[in-house]
Design a protein around this ligand. Structure first.
Ligand code: SF4
Length: 419
């Protein structure tokens, strides 16, 4: 029986010729990830189980990104615990303040994920690496602890939805608009425990940064993972980053999908998700004029260099509207360096934005832009749940960098095509 991309990767890592949806397997891991919030919980479980060694210090990544530079005493204690563990086991890929970036932007950038690999991370947006043709998924901290000790994890093999893309984007439309459109179509449980497998000629029209954004938000439709085929753009991205051998995986021609969704990129419009679910989508023209008090441009969803360029293109020579706070968070140190070299940071500062060192910060209502009662933000992040960026009376509208930047200038939700 034919297998999907995900099933082929899982079969290989389980040492099996084939697997089928619903099967329980144990697979070898190429990388185990944790951050400053989840790693301390995993360490507690690791120590409680009496574990005294990690399976491979080169295949564990610990990134202090959520509350760093530490915002309070509690976050400092959590970071200290993760830091001690990383030093205790001489974890090769430990990223502290000064080297760290938002984990899901950082790991691909650092060449820590390659096509065909299997990655677990104690963070739900670990699914981001599917952009590179890898299987990657979020797990709990206990699974992270077991993964760090054994290099193994158990999985229920997912069934799949095939998302076939055709055509090409209109100006100011990007991967964020596509994935919001898709989640709006199928709902936040539309792909529950399934793979979202992207295919079709339209894939080649997507930049790698578009693909990272789309795979990142697969979990917002409940998916186990999102995954793209490997093509020339993937190979170009990997060149100079990954020097170990890797093997691209293609779906079998007779692979079984639960359903196929066809999306014509030409027909997509700038799209936003209104409070309080990523599936509550509208095209931006339907809600233009909605008042906002804050704009956030960054995160593991849209904090990469292409996102910075799209925001800067709109903010160049313009000012953030009076009464609106615009916070820009390049997702990694390298993105910050590139943005500086390209003059983007200057554009942001001259427009009246606050530009931050890499951090998750406001995305989870941690720091660097928490909302007050009744305030509304438009944000390039991936979740707009109740209370995500502040008190339960605050609101988040999810959008692309272009829509967020246009809204910063207009002082309300705005269509970038109208700026
Ligand atoms: Fe999670 Fe937001 Fe950080 Fe991404 S940027 S890892 S969604 S907190």
């Amino acid at each position: 029986m034919g297998m999907t991309m995900t099933q082929k990767i899982l079969a290989k890592h389980a040492g099996l010729d084939s697997v089928e949806a619903g099967q329980l397997i144990e697979g070898k891991l190429d990388l185990v990830l944790g951050n400053d919030i989840t790693t301390p919980v995993a360490i507690t479980e690791f120590d409680k189980a009496g574990l005294t060694q990690v399976f491979d210090r080169d295949k564990i990544a610990i990134v202090l990104d959520h509350s760093t530079p530490c915002k309070d005493i509690k976050s400092a204690q959590l970071c200290a615990k993760a830091r001690d563990f990383a030093h205790r086991f001489q974890i090769t890929h430990f990223f502290d303040v000064g080297q760290m970036g938002v984990e899901h932007a950082l790991l691909p950038e650092q060449g820590l994920v390659a096509p065909g690999e299997a990655v677990i991370g104690a963070d739900s947006h670990t699914c981001t690496y599917g952009a590179l043709g890898a299987f990657s998924t979020g797990v709990g901290s206990t699974d992270m602890a077991a993964g760090m000790a054994t290099g193994l994890s158990w999985f229920k093999v997912p069934s799949a939805i095939k998302v076939t893309l055709k055509g090409k984007f209109q100006p100011y439309v990007s991967g964020k608009d596509l994935v919001l459109h898709l989640i709006g179509m199928i709902g936040v449980d539309g792909a529950l425990y399934k793979s979202l497998e992207f295919a079709g000629e339209g894939v080649s029209e997507l930049s790698m940064d578009d693909r990272f954004t789309i795979a990142n938000m697969a979990i917002e439709a409940g998916a186990k993972n999102g995954i793209f085929p490997v093509d020339e753009k993937t190979r170009a991205y990997l060149k100079g980053r990954v020097d170990r051998e890797w093997e691209a995986v293609e779906a079998d021609s007779d692979a079984i999908y639960e359903r196929e969704i066809i999306i014509d990129l030409d027909e997509l419009r700038p799209t936003v998700a209104l409070p309080h679910l990523p599936s509550n989508t509208r095209t931006v023209d339907e809600v233009a004029g909605t008042p906002i008090q804050q704009v956030v441009i960054g995160s593991c969803t849209n904090g990469r260099i292409e996102d910075m360029r799209k925001a800067a293109e709109i903010l160049k020579g313009r000012k953030v509207h009076e009464g609106v706070r615009c916070i820009v968070l390049p997702a990694t140190q390298q993105v910050m360096l590139d943005a500086m070299a390209e003059g983007l940071v200057q554009i942001f500062i001259e427009a009246g934005c606050a530009v931050s060192t890499p951090t998750c910060g406001p995305c989870l209502g941690g720091h660097m832009g928490v909302l007050a009662d009744g305030e509304r933000a438009i944000s390039t992040t991936n979740r707009n749940f109740v209370g995500r960026m502040g008190p339960v009376s605050s609101e988040i509208i999810l959008a692309s960098p272009a829509v967020a930047a246009a809204s910063a200038v207009a002082g309300c939700v705005a269509d970038p095509r109208s700026i």
